[in-house]
Design a protein. Structure first.
Length: 141
């Protein structure tokens, strides 16, 4: 199924899913108060690497890198707490990635606090998980 003009294709463990290009967070991302509206942009044709950018009218623009986690972490299947967005929705997960630095460190992914998206509405929430998930898991591919 081809995504509409206002949607992007995202690789998930269950196949490619369409996700709105506009995300509305139910609460601001951790450490980024005052921003709940973000534009999702694909950086590849595979549906794996994305950015989210805040609205510049909300203050200095924020840009974060996201990946579809199952591509780099095939066993990553966190239990999302009940009540996160619509429990009946087939939610899509992203994790925030810290790019490699000039010292040659590999990029790292935050597996402790994934971004959960309801693809039907574009509502999103960052969830801090219980359990033993790394904050900086090396992304190697």
């Amino acid at each position: 199924m081809e995504p509409r003009a206002d949607e992007l294709s995202v690789a998930t463990p269950d196949g490619v899913r369409a996700v709105p290009s506009r995300l509305d967070l139910v609460e601001p991302l951790l450490g980024l108060p005052g921003r709940t509206a973000y534009d999702l942009q694909a950086l590849d044709d595979l549906g794996v690497l994305f950015t989210i950018r805040s609205n510049p009218l909300d203050g200095p623009q924020i840009r974060l890198f996201l990946v579809s986690p199952h591509v780099f972490f095939p066993t990553y299947a966190p239990e999302i707490p009940a009540g996160t967005l619509d429990d009946g929705a087939q939610r899509v997960l992203f994790v925030v990635v810290r790019p490699a630095d000039a010292d040659g460190e590999v990029p790292t992914a935050n597996l402790l606090a994934p971004l959960v998206i309801d693809p039907a509405t574009g509502h999103a929430a960052q969830v801090v998980l219980d359990g033993d998930h790394p904050l900086r898991a090396p992304v190697v591919g």
